[in-house]
Design a protein around this ligand. Structure first.
Ligand SMILES: Cc1cc2nc3c(=O)[nH]c(=O)nc-3n(C[C@H](O)[C@H](O)[C@H](O)COP(=O)(O)O)c2cc1C
Length: 347
């Protein structure tokens, strides 16, 4: 056993063994306290620190050993413990009972039990680093009412373990472990099954009007309407309804983007759902707002909502809008637009 301040943690974890044979050498209470003081740095949810400890050393050991004797004899159907076993128990330099507060809520109970187990392992490792060995005992007697009463463990508390501690007299040579690789499933790919159903804006050379000259808002809406007609998305009547809609409520979305579309009454004028995109490098005046990108929508209700949600998500971050507005060619514009569309969907 290495006993240096610079004991690498991985080595310490691997080296530690459960110890059952101890030297006839005292474990000072100061050392036990010091080890416990490190062990309490175990993770504990909401810092509940759901533990307390009862240490039996010196003559105090007789108290716990007597209880072990009477309670384990019951468990073995009345068979008395052999003298050698009693002498062994009395020779163990220190017995520590680890007590947990039992919360009636299952989730809290489980978290607390996990925290106490982590504390026990901290104790075992710190003890090992200090040259001490430990066995974590969970024999049936730790739950027996007489044993609990005998050491003043009250209802609402659970004994998680009895730790027997001392300087090792013999260290078991090694304890095998199955390599973790045999129990490990690695997931390093993600195939989104829903991906194919994801809503993507249809953008191509024919429905993008790049780097348009300055124009009024009305002229821009007229342009958008005419292009939707030309592309076969809507009938002529739709164009008027776009102006009508706009006069009722501006379709300015924010971040330099507007989404002109027809009113509900023009539903019949929609032939098929689709969009057209207009780009103004320097922006046009849109009732005091500057619009660089117009997404003209011809749609049935669901598609309309999908487009609005998509465009809002894509350009929620002004950096995305600015990047797309600044495109230097139609090709770059389409590439940037598609990239922002792709990246706007985390899933
Ligand atoms: C929750 C728990 C309960 C244990 N209870 C006992 C016990 O009652 N008696 C015992 O001799 N060892 C007990 N052990 C120790 C294990 O037997 C021991 O960790 C195992 O044999 C592996 O040996 P190692 O600790 O040297 O790697 C317990 C360990 C754990 C984690």
């Amino acid at each position: 056993m290495i006993n240096k301040e610079t004991y690498p943690i991985a080595q310490l974890i691997r080296d530690r063994r459960t110890i059952k044979k101890f030297k006839d050498k005292k474990t000072p209470v100061e050392l036990i306290t010091e080890i416990l003081d490190t062990a309490v740095w175990a993770p504990t949810h909401r810092l509940r620190e759901p533990w307390r400890f009862i240490a039996f050393i010196g003559d105090g050991r007789k108290k716990v050993v007597q209880l072990i004797k009477s309670e384990s004899e019951k468990g073995k159907m009345g068979r008395p413990l052999k003298r050698a076993k009693l002498e062994y128990l009395l020779s163990i330099p220190c017995h520590i009972v680890i007590v947990m507060n039992e919360d009636p809520r299952t989730k809290v109970w489980e978290e607390d039990y996990a925290a106490v187990c982590a504390l026990i392992q901290n104790f075992q490792l710190t003890a090992w680093e200090r040259g001490l060995g430990v066995v974590w005992k969970t024999d049936e007697y730790i739950s027996s009412p007489k044993f609990r009463e005998g050491i003043d463990v009250v209802p609402g508390e659970k004994i998680v373990g009895l730790l027997q501690v001392g300087y090792p007299d013999a260290i078991p040579r090694y304890s095998k472990r199955i390599p973790a690789t045999k129990k490990l499933t690695v997931i390093d790919r993600f195939m989104d099954k829903d991906k194919k159903d994801k809503f993507k804006l249809d953008i191509n050379q024919s429905n993008v009007f790049f780097d348009l000259p300055d124009m009024s808002k009305t002229a821009a809406i007229q342009f958008a309407g005419e292009k939707l007609v030309e592309l076969g998305y809507v009938g002529e009547a739709y164009v008027d309804s776009m102006h009508e809609k706009e006069s009722m409520k501006s379709t300015y979305l924010g971040n330099g983007i507007a989404t002109p579309h027809g009113s509900k009454s023009a539903k019949e004028a929609v032939v098929k759902s689709g969009i057209i995109i207009m780009h103004f490098r320097d922006g046009i005046d849109y009732e005091g707002e500057k619009v660089h990108l117009m997404v003209g929508i011809a749609a049935e209700r669901q598609y309309h909502l999908d487009v609005l949600l998509k465009v809002s998500t894509m350009f929620e971050d002004i950096k995305n809008s600015e990047k797309v507005f600044a495109a230097s060619s139609l090709k770059e514009f389409i590439n940037l637009f598609e990239k922002v569309d792709e990246e706007s969907d985390l899933f």
